[in-house]
Each structure stands twice: as structure tokens, then as C-alpha cells.
Design a binder for this molecule. Structure first.
Ligand code: ATP
Ligand code: LTN
Length: 332
């Protein structure tokens, strides 16, 4: 598959917590539909995750669970390369090189860095600062054309483009210049209890996890924050909570917003919450059941990530050596 003329896709998610409805609707769901038309490489980015202190046993468990969820969501290891970032050392190696072509000022402007350094004020480490450089290495190693991510990652993909253009300008066409690929619906699923913020795994009550039990999903939607307008309308500025519920409903059913609005016209918020809760429960049920089944077969999952790393390495090594040659490093 690595030799086809299909365009290449790369994306990754951190094993820094459990996967959420946000990462599913903003990223993974999109990844699955792209598998036939593109040559896809999907990663579990564990190196990124240690920018925030992790418990080693939890990290190990979450990596395995994340791989199982990738497969349960429909990522097919026969079609796509599924692997773990730390198993392919070229990521860290290219990251060092690209860091020498990235400006301090550029990294200082990254919104995620500003937010995370506020949230982890006691551990503003260099890795947190250079995080986007490692992300650029991830993408550029595979010569990716498209990077399917949620809206919050657009700035990082744009920085990746700037770094690649700069490098290519000096050394010739080494890297493919990637484009972010952001879904029309589901690009920014908001928190259920703080609808002005992105749904995030660090806020368990405002967030639905892919492996949540039906009763937990039901409770979270029941308690979702709405407003006092008392009518169902799509207006993210004035009615962020209700608009978020409507967006989740559309993303889960595939319905267009005007159709969803017509369906809920004149109904109360209670009905909307339970309808969205139900559809999310039914969307996630098969994923949870399949994940539980897969997690019992560790050998199968290990085989996926080992094969994935071998296939990924072949592509990554080629790009890294090309860069080494251009930079003037002696061949090994
Ligand atoms: P968090 O904010 O929950 O800690 P994160 O965004 O830092 O997560 P990941 O979990 O690695 O990091 O994100 C995985 C992917 O899912 C990215 O492509 C991201 O854009 C997307 N994503 C994450 N949360 C949402 C959301 N609420 N809505 C849409 N897409 C999202
Ligand atoms: N920073 C991303 C995760 C990530 C990523 C990537 C996404 C790391 N490397 C390469 C796309 C391509 C995030 O979602 N927090």
C-alpha cells in the first residue's frame, strides 16, 4: 500500500486520557471514511503525552485501550497503518532537526501552549513549548497531503506548513506541504456543562467518553447546561448549550441542521437532551462492546502495533535520510 499513488493522510491522538465524543466526531470518525480513498497513517502520539506528567502504568493501559478503540471505531489495520509514535524513533530525530528551523516567536504564539502553560503552571517544560515541532515531524515524515483534525489543531498544522516551506526553500522539495482537513460538522464539540469551552477529557462531567456506560451518558446529557431562552434554535453565540446539543445530534444522525430544527420545533429542552443522549448511546454502544472484546485479545493488538511500526518506519526512514543528506550529514 505504501507504494500506491493515493494521496497520504496522517493524524494522531494523544493517549493522555480516555477518548471522547469530541475526538470521535472531530477526528476519528473522519479518519475511518478516508481509509479507502487515501493511504492513511494513524498514530497514538505517546511522546506528545509526556509533556504533561503521566503515571506509567496508566499510560501503558491507555495506549492499548486507544488502539482497541481505533479498531472498534472502524480503523482497519489491513487498510491503514496504525502505530505508536515512540516505536518509530525517526519522529524524535526529525523533530530535533525541524526545531532548528522554527522560531521562538512562532512557538510563543501557539494558543495551545498558552492554555496548557496556564493549566500546568508548575511544569512549563521545554517539551510543552516545542510540542508543535514534534507534531510537524509526525506529519512531514510521512509526506502527508492531508491532516484530519478538529478545529483546535488548525494552528499547529499551519505552523507545520510554514516549517516545511522554509526547509524546502533552502534545500529543495524535501517535504510535501500538508493541508488541515477539518470536518464541517463536529469540528468543535463543546463541553456539556461549560458550552463555551471545547469538550475536553480533563473535564469528565462535561465530556462523554467513548467507553462511558449508557447510564452515565444519559446523566451527562440530562445535566447539560442550556439557557433561559426556552426555545430550540441554532445560535452558538446566544445559545451555546442548545446549539452544541443540536450539532451533536446532526453529527450523530447525519441530519442537516434545518431538518433537526424542524424536528424539535416547539419542543422543550428536556426532549432535546434525551433525544441527543439516546442517539449518542446508540452510536457508542457498538464501539464500547467491540473495544471490550478486542482488549481481551492482547496478542492481536500487539501484532497490529508491531506491524504498523514496521510499515511506518520504512516510510519515515526514507524521509529522514533525505533530510540528512540535504543537511550535509555524512551517510551512516
Ligand atoms: P483534550 O483537550 O481533550 O485534552 P486534545 O485536543 O489536547 O484533547 P487529543 O485528544 O490528542 O488532544 O485530540 C485528538 C483529536 O481530536 C484532535 O484532532 C482534536 O482536534 C480533536 N478533538 C479533541 N477534542 C475535540 C472536540 N471537543 N471537538 C472536536 N474535535 C476535537
Ligand atoms: N496535537 C494533536 C495530536 C497530534 C497530531 C499529530 C494530530 C500529534 N501529532 C500529527 C495530527 C497530526 C492534538 O490533537 N492535540
Amino acid at each position: 500500500m505504501e507504494n500506491t499513488a493515493k494521496k497520504r493522510i496522517f493524524s494522531g491522538i494523544q493517549p493522555s486520557g480516555e477518548l471522547t465524543l469530541g475526538s470521535y466526531m472531530g477526528a476519528i470518525r473522519n479518519w475511518t471514511v478516508l481509509q479507502d480513498a487515501y493511504d492513511c497513517v494513524y498514530c497514538i502520539v505517546d511522546l506528545h503525552t509526556i509533556t504533561v506528567r503521566q503515571n506509567p502504568a496508566d499510560l501503558r493501559r491507555r495506549c492499548m485501550a486507544q488502539l482497541a478503540q481505533y479498531v472498534a471505531c472502524g480503523l482497519d489495520p489491513e487498510k491503514s497503518i496504525l502505530f505508536i509514535q515512540s516505536h518509530v524513533p525517526e519522529h524524535a530525530e526529525l523533530s530535533w532537526i525541524l526545531g532548528c528551523y522554527t522560531q521562538f516567536g512562532e512557538l510563543s504564539r501557539m494558543t495551545q501552549f498558552k492554555q496548557k502553560s496556564q493549566r500546568h503552571a508548575d511544569n512549563i517544560n521545554a517539551g510543552l513549548f516545542t510540542y508543535p515541532v514534534l507534531m510537524a515531524a509526525d506529519i512531514l515524515l510521512y509526506q502527508a497531503d492531508l491532516v484530519p483534525v478538529g478545529a483546535d489543531q488548525k494552528q499547529h498544522v499551519e505552523l507545520c506548513r510554514d516549517i516545511a516551506l522554509r526547509f524546502n526553500h533552502i534545500y529543495g522539495d524535501i517535504f510535501t506541504i500538508p493541508e488541515p482537513f477539518i470536518p464541517e460538522i463536529g469540528a468543535r464539540v463543546m463541553s456539556l456543562n461549560h458550552p463555551e469551552d471545547k469538550m475536553s477529557k480533563s473535564d469528565p462531567e462535561g465530556c462523554v467518553f467513548l467507553l462511558d456506560k449508557p447510564e452515565d451518558i444519559k446523566r451527562k446529557f440530562k445535566r447539560a447546561v442550556t439557557d433561559s431562552e426556552a426555545h430550540i434554535d441554532y445560535n452558538p453565540e446566544k445559545q451555546p448549550g442548545v446549539s452544541n446539543l443540536l450539532s451533536i445530534y446532526c453529527a450523530a444522525t447525519g441530519k442537516a441542521m434545518p431538518d433537526a430544527l424542524a424536528q424539535f420545533d416547539g419542543q422543550g429542552y428536556g426532549n432535546l437532551k434525551s433525544a441527543v443522549g439516546e442517539i449518542v448511546i446508540e452510536t457508542l454502544r457498538p464501539i464500547r462492546e467491540e473495544t471490550e472484546r478486542l482488549l481481551k485479545d492482547k496478542a492481536y493488538l500487539e501484532n497490529i502495533y508491531k506491524t504498523g511500526a514496521e510499515r511506518a518506519s520504512r516510510i519515515a526512514r526514507r524521509t529522514l535520510l533525505k533530510a540528512h543528506k540535504k543537511l550535509g550529514f555524512l551517510p551512516r
